[in-house]
Design a protein around this ligand. Structure first.
Ligand SMILES: [Zn+2]
Length: 133
């Protein structure tokens, strides 16, 4: 990881939409059922809206009923990194892009087999692209 995009807050503000900035850099959460991808079912890859790293795939996406895009695993184990988030009086596992550090969402342990994990991700953190074949 020698090409980490180190950007100033001002650069992020210029490059991202206000909603992307609020989620990726401000660790915000979009309203459920409001994002672009919670109900997307097509064959696709989901890239980081901040730096373009491939984070998730439609293969691991499932309908969680929560109103946020949900995945049982990332596209690659080292694509994302986690941190304990103790905000709002809870201990949750925050997940962010390993490359640019952009906030993606949280991980919960109520997902489907085989991982049992639910990566609850904000649409605003993602950019959907056709799959690479
Ligand atoms: Zn990123």
């Amino acid at each position: 990881m020698t090409d980490k995009p180190i950007k100033s807050d001002e650069q992020w503000r210029q490059e991202l939409t206000p909603e992307q900035y609020q989620v990726l850099r401000g660790k915000g959460t979009e309203r459920p059922f409001s994002g672009a991808y919670w109900d997307a079912h097509d064959d696709a890859v989901y890239k980081c809206a901040g730096c373009g790293t491939q984070l998730f795939r439609s293969d691991e996406k499932f309908d969680s009923g929560t109103g946020w895009p949900s995945f049982c695993a990332p596209a690659a184990a080292d694509a994302v990194a986690t941190e304990v988030d103790r905000s709002h009086g809870m201990a949750r596992t925050e997940v962010h892009c390993a490359r640019c550090g952009g906030h993606l969402g949280h991980i919960f342990e109520d997902g489907p087999a085989p991982t049992g994990l639910r990566y609850c991700i904000n649409s605003a953190s993602l950019k959907k692209d056709p799959p690479v074949r």
